[in-house]
Design a protein around this ligand. Structure first.
Ligand code: DAT
Ligand code: MG
Length: 148
């Protein structure tokens, strides 16, 4: 069992894809344990993308991520990190496989619709950035015995 921080990015919110992405997470069998809409600010963008702050695309990335609200989701399940990364598709939508969010619905790396943590360590850090302990729900589902 592990966790991933998923962001439905501002472009996906504007393109009315909140429901579609949440449905795909639920249909896969992963469990949503935290969910909120918020507007990212510069400080949160710098912390969330701390690995990228010195990259040439960071200012553009920060401008995009703070431009409009996003939806943050804490996702749990067996191999949640790897499963979310494969559902998202590769960073550059040009190479993303059909059937993935980026492969089916995105064109450019700058607006690639969705974020998912790239490791369990990153997930822990990112979930703590977006959610307080009281905003996360620990619960079991009857259906879990039929999923994993
Ligand atoms: P991912 O979102 O697949 O984990 P990443 O962590 O390498 O990808 O980069 C974070 C985000 O930064 C990515 O979703 C879009 C943006 N980005 C990455 N590389 C970029 C580039 N070469 N030009 C513009 N934006 C880029
Ligand atoms: Mg990343």
């Amino acid at each position: 069992m592990n966790k991933s921080l998923v962001l439905i990015k501002p472009d996906a919110v504007q393109r009315l894809m909140i429901g579609k992405i949440i449905s795909s997470i639920e249909e896969k069998g992963l469990k949503i344990t935290g969910l909120k809409m918020l507007r990212m600010n510069d400080d949160l963008a710098s912390k969330h993308y701390s690995a990228h702050v010195d990259k040439p695309f960071f200012e553009e990335l920060k401008g995009f991520m703070t431009s409009s609200p996003l939806v943050a989701i804490c996702v749990e399940g067996t191999n949640a990190v790897t499963i979310m990364r494969s559902m998202m598709g590769t960073t550059n939508p040009v190479e993303a496989a059909p059937g993935t969010v980026r492969g089916d619905f995105a064109i450019t790396v700058g607006m690639n619709l969705i974020h998912g943590s790239d490791s369990t360590e990153a997930a822990e850090k990112e979930i703590n950035l977006f959610f307080s302990k009281s905003e996360l729900s620990d619960y079991s589902r009857e259906i879990d015995k039929w999923i994993s």
